[in-house]
Design a protein around this ligand. Structure first.
Ligand SMILES: [Mg+2]
Length: 219
């Protein structure tokens, strides 16, 4: 039997030409769910995140605490409406082709993102992916977010941990797998797969990729 191969994809600035987190913050600002000051903080986090200069756990804690008490199902529905209207069309053409190519080779298609499971679930359904690994949020007995997140964060080395567990359950070897990402924060996962693919990288990731002879794609 052929060994099963998975292609993992980062979402923000890899499959998408944009950061979904920034678009969500704009959506929340327009709906009055966050203040202009909070929006400014998110914008700053986003810059620091791309420079790998942020303690992501701290930023995440503050952001998630904002949603304490919100119904999980309501957030899923709102995220779906928002994603279909404001995010899905930012799929990069090269990303779309890569997804089709891997599908043609019967690879398992897995979104591996630090975005929320709310967004990842819609992305999976919209683009016909097989699965997603993303950041999820525990709920209380009434189905409301308790203001915490599932550890480890699906970010940096946390992505490797999630992907390893997912692959092990399916007897898939990461050495056979692909991972597409734009960001230096994803270096651990790029390093963990046999077929790293660097997409429109930031300068530091570009340097690291060149050194290791990893293919660099400009989608
Ligand atoms: Mg990214």
């Amino acid at each position: 039997m052929d060994r099963t191969i998975a292609a993992f994809f980062d979402l923000d600035r890899t499959l998408l030409a944009v950061s979904s987190g920034t678009l969500w913050a704009k959506h929340e600002l327009l709906n009055g769910n966050i203040s202009p000051k909070q929006f400014g903080r998110v914008a700053i986090w986003n810059v620091l995140y791309h420079l790998s200069l942020i303690d992501i756990e701290t930023a995440f804690k503050e952001a998630v605490a904002h949603y304490r008490g919100r119904r999980y199902d309501d957030l899923q529905l709102e995220t779906k409406r928002w994603f279909l209207r404001e995010v899905a069309h930012h799929l990069r053409p090269g990303a779309s082709r890569a997804i089709d190519e891997h599908r043609g080779q019967k690879h398992r298609l897995v979104l591996l993102t630090s975005a929320s499971t709310f967004a990842a679930r819609v992305a999976r359904d919209t683009w016909g992916l097989d699965d997603f690994l993303a950041n999820d949020f525990p709920t209380d007995a009434e189905g409301k977010l308790d203001g915490t997140f599932v550890s480890p964060l699906c970010y940096g080395p946390g992505k490797v941990e999630r992907a390893r567990a997912w692959a092990a359950e399916r007897e898939i070897d990461l050495a056979d797998c692909y991972f597409y990402s734009d960001s230096l924060t994803d270096f651990p996962m790029l390093d963990a797969v046999g077929n790293p693919r660097v997409v429109a990288p930031d300068p530091r990731l570009r340097r690291a990729a060149k050194k290791r002879h990893w293919p660099i794609l400009e989608w």
